[in-house]
Design a protein around this ligand. Structure first.
Ligand code: HEM
Length: 216
């Protein structure tokens, strides 16, 4: 008889690395200086999950679709909105759908959900997945291209149970506005003007865009 072979040692836990930042404020100053550059560098240097201090709290930047799905969908119960940033929003907007949790959230979500149903709205009438990310290419969003990407490669509306409830409304509203304007007018950027992107909740030009509008 041979002795049972010992179980293999457990794999060492992998601890995410990240930019160090300064005492007390962490990376706040570096992020403020150049948000997009900081996000891109941190993802490139530290991989799919980076860890850093942002002011008083520890934060994680999850850039791979698998990690996003892990947090937002598969293990959403392990993550809460008990964070000072949400506490600040809560003080302003109260315990609404965006800021509430648990039973209070579920009750409000169930009440609001039918109003945002796709049919009702229509009645109202990372380099790996994004080659050449800065090129304007609407064909990235053909049904085939969408199907070829993991769900969380594109998640401007978040996902899982806390996905934006206005998701379909926002997409339809945007398309309608564009289609209405573009039917009669052709906007052209003023030559020589370079817009500076500003990431707030959405990514937008930092100042109003100077465009010339001509009739079609
Ligand atoms: C381009 C437009 C929009 C974007 C990019 C967007 C994005 C988001 C994101 C990322 C969240 C998750 C926030 C978080 O959990 O911290 C969210 C939640 C939410 N959004 Fe939007 N949103 C948009 C338009 C809208 C519109 C038009 C409405 C309503 C008419 C809306 C209502 C909400 C509500 C109520 C929540 C909270 C949902 C919940 O926690 O159950 N959003 N949105």
């Amino acid at each position: 008889m041979t002795a049972p072979s010992p179980a293999p040692p457990p794999a060492a836990p992998r601890i995410a690395t990240g930019p160090r930042g300064l005492p007390l404020i962490g990376v706040v100053r570096d992020v403020r200086k150049d948000v997009l550059g900081w996000l891109t560098r941190t993802a490139a240097e530290h991989g799919p999950v980076a860890q850093y201090r942002f002011g008083p709290g520890r934060a994680y930047l999850v850039t791979h679709p698998d990690g996003r799905k892990h947090v937002l969908q598969d293990h959403v119960k392990n993550y809460t909105k008990d964070h000072y940033s949400y506490a600040m929003v809560r003080r302003i907007v109260g315990d609404g759908l965006l800021t509430s949790q648990g039973e209070t959230w579920l009750k409000q979500r169930r009440l609001a959900q039918p109003a945002f149903h796709r049919a009702r709205i229509s009645a109202m009438a990372g380099q790996e997945f994004w080659p050449e990310p800065e090129r304007f290419d609407p064909d990235r969003f053909t049904p085939e291209k969408i199907a070829a990407r993991p769900r969380y490669a594109y998640f401007p509306f978040l996902g899982g149970p806390r996905q934006c409830i206005g998701n379909n409304f926002a997409l339809m509203e945007g398309t309608l506005i564009l289609a209405t304007l573009a039917q009669h007018h052709r906007p052209r950027m003023v030559a020589g003007y370079t817009p500076t992107p500003e990431p707030l909740i959405t990514l937008r030009p930092s100042r109003a865009l100077p465009v010339l509008i001509t009739a079609r």
